[in-house]
Design a protein. Structure first.
Length: 276
């Protein structure tokens, strides 16, 4: 398997590498051209409306669609023909505009996946420059903000991003490559697959442990320490750590983090009050 078929096979097998250009500049340029055409047609229509308004045979065109659409002679039907041209152009413009709105909402690729795809194109044991035409530049460094991913890997929180992009690749280089069997396919050697559920389980375990230990740890420390000013300082530190953990380990909104941190601090304050 060679050429475009090999690239397509890679993207079909590992959809996170299905990264393509969105052609942002060209799409907006096309919209501008369509807008300009419609503006010129609108100006021409306005002139025809003014001409029909002062003509005895066509002055009713503004009030009667039947007369507008079935006017006599070339001049009598000019306004309606212009309306039909504008209708087609508006349809083309609106479709292009809505498509651009949808395209602009698509996420870009994960930087790690994009980096691998670029290296795949160059490695002799993998892609080895399967595309030789001008379009081989589609994945160059320059248009990174002009790339979209069909199925991007977007971690839901900073902790998941750190583990997925840095910890797990490090684990694979140190340990996984020794025990994991490489995938057998036609798109290259040395490709390995880890189930997303495995990553999710690891991240969930870390989050659950942190959620269980942090509240209990603060209570234990506050119980051991007896000096009041130090206990207040510890309360501030643990509350800050709790808020930081929520920000890093969850996708909670700011207002939810504030509310949870306030509740956490209130529980510790109650413990301090009852322990005095």
């Amino acid at each position: 398997m060679e050429g475009y078929a090999k690239v397509a096979q890679l993207m079909a097998t590992y959809e996170e590498f299905a990264i393509l250009r969105r052609f942002k500049r060209l799409n907006y340029q096309n919209l501008l051209y369509l807008q300009a055409q419609i503006i010129h047609l609108e100006e021409s229509l306005d002139r025809l409306v003014e001409q029909d308004a002062i003509d005895p045979e066509r002055k009713e065109h503004a009030r009667d669609w039947w007369r507008l659409a079935h006017g006599k002679g070339r001049a009598g039907r000019a306004q309606w023909r212009k309306v039909c041209r504008i209708r087609k152009k508006l349809k083309e413009y609106n479709e292009a505009l809505l498509q651009q709105v949808q395209i602009s909402k698509l996420d870009g690729p994960n930087p790690i996946d994009l980096e691998f795809l670029r290296s795949w194109f160059e490695r002799p044991s993998m892609g080895w420059f399967p595309i030789r035409g001008l379009d081989f530049k589609a994945w160059e460094q320059r248009p990174e903000d002009d790339l979209i991913a069909v199925k991007p890997r977007i971690p839901p929180d900073p902790l998941s991003k750190w583990i997925t992009n840095y910890v797990f690749p490090l684990y694979h280089r140190l340990f996984g490559v020794r025990f994991k069997v490489a995938d057998s396919n036609e798109v290259g050697d040395g490709l390995y697959t880890y189930e997303e559920s495995l990553l999710s389980s690891v991240i969930s375990i870390i989050t659950i442990v942190a959620a269980s230990v942090l509240p209990l740890l603060s209570i234990v420390v506050l119980y051991v320490v007896e000096t009041e000013p130090i206990r207040l300082g510890i309360l501030i530190i643990f509350s800050s750590c709790f808020a930081l953990a929520l920000a890093l380990m969850t996708s909670a909104r700011k207002v939810e983090i504030f509310a949870a941190t306030a509740a956490y601090a209130a529980v510790n304050v109650v413990f301090l009050t009852n322990n005095d």
